[in-house]
Design a protein around this ligand. Structure first.
Ligand SMILES: O=C(O)C(=O)C[C@H](O)[C@H](O)COP(=O)(O)O
Length: 306
């Protein structure tokens, strides 16, 4: 089974144990999900499509991908460019980000239409996000959406995390319009209620579910921090309770790791509630550590009978 994630991986500066010191790593929303997928599902061939520069840190990123069992076959190299950088700020375990990414190589990931067409061909599942779209210019955005429509028409499942980052868009309206357009051409949408409430005015997580259902999305999973996850598949609704996470130190990548748990079940054609429970266990582990990528050493199947 082949999964292709599309987006930007940046250098990450995450606070370390000593105040004022930061640890250098690599992260980015879609990349994080690909990384967790590669960690938890040895049977899945995980690929990442992005663009990097030709400098030392870009090469380090490629080496890191290969060491992490993520294929770099679809990584394009743009001469003279480099990768983006972001820094995590923590306040009582809740994260916010500062970015230096406005001229990163990844902004050109959809410029080569032929390479894009080659990469999406034959994937069982393609995963992208609102951040993937936000970093592209309008023409590249359209090229990407067309490539995804074609892949979907030939049987690929398309999964989309809306990941709303208003600071990466020209206007909130451009963000919400583009996100709804991308959602309408996806099979699975994985929004986070707290962000959706701010930018779409949803009164509760069911309102978020309703809005994407109305847009024609078949599978919707609404994350809602420690509140139950509500979901819909083929018109059937359900909810999965979330065990309160203990010892939260950094919520970065909670949503991304959760998505990996859901997507592994989607690829294996398990039921959605099983995937959601896996995602919750994984996210509960990730938030107890600093930074985006936390080695996984737990049995995700443990509570599947519950
Ligand atoms: O903002 C971006 O562009 C990033 O990719 C930075 C982060 O690594 C992820 O966004 C974390 O994602 P959450 O799971 O929502 O915490």
């Amino acid at each position: 089974m082949r999964v292709l994630a599309i987006g930007e991986c940046m250098a990450e500066l995450a606070p370390s144990e000593r105040v004022g010191e930061f640890k250098l790593g690599f992260a980015g929303d879609t990349f994080n999900t690909a990384w967790y997928l590669a960690q938890i599902a040895a049977d899945i061939d995980v690929n990442y499509l992005t663009a990097v520069g030709d400098d030392a840190i870009s090469q380090d990123l490629r080496a890191f991908m290969k060491d992490s069992r993520i294929s770099d076959t679809h990584v394009q190299v743009i001469a003279g460019k480099t990768i983006g950088l972001y820094l995590i700020h923590l306040s009582n375990g809740e994260r916010s980000f500062s970015y230096w990414r406005s001229d990163s190589a990844a902004r050109q990931l959809a410029v080569d239409e032929i390479a894009l067409g080659r990469a999406v061909k034959g994937a069982d599942l393609i995963y992208f996000s609102g951040i993937t779209l936000a970093i592209l210019d309008p023409q590249s955005r359209e090229i990407l959406l067309i490539a995804l429509r074609r892949a979907r028409a030939s049987g690929t499942t398309v999964a989309f995390d809306t990941n709303l980052r208003p600071q990466l868009w020209s206007t909130p309206q451009e963000m919400t319009d583009t996100v709804m357009k991308a959602a309408a051409q996806s099979d699975i949408v994985l929004p986070s209620y707290d962000d959706e409430a701010v930018w779409f005015g949803d009164g509760d997580s069911i309102a978020t579910l309703d809005r994407y259902a109305k847009a024609g999305v078949d599978q919707i999973v609404v994350k809602n921090s420690a509140q139950p996850v509500v979901f819909q598949k083929a018109g059937q609704r359900g909810e999965v309770g979330v065990d309160p996470a203990r010892g939260i130190v950094d919520t970065t990548a909670a949503g991304d790791s959760f998505n990996a748990g859901v997507l592994v079940s989607v690829v294996r054609q398990d039921d959605l509630a099983t995937g959601i429970r896996k995602g919750c266990r994984l996210a509960g582990h990730v938030v107890r550590h600093k930074g985006s990528l936390v080695p996984v050493n737990l049995d995700l199947g443990k509570d599947e009978s519950g």
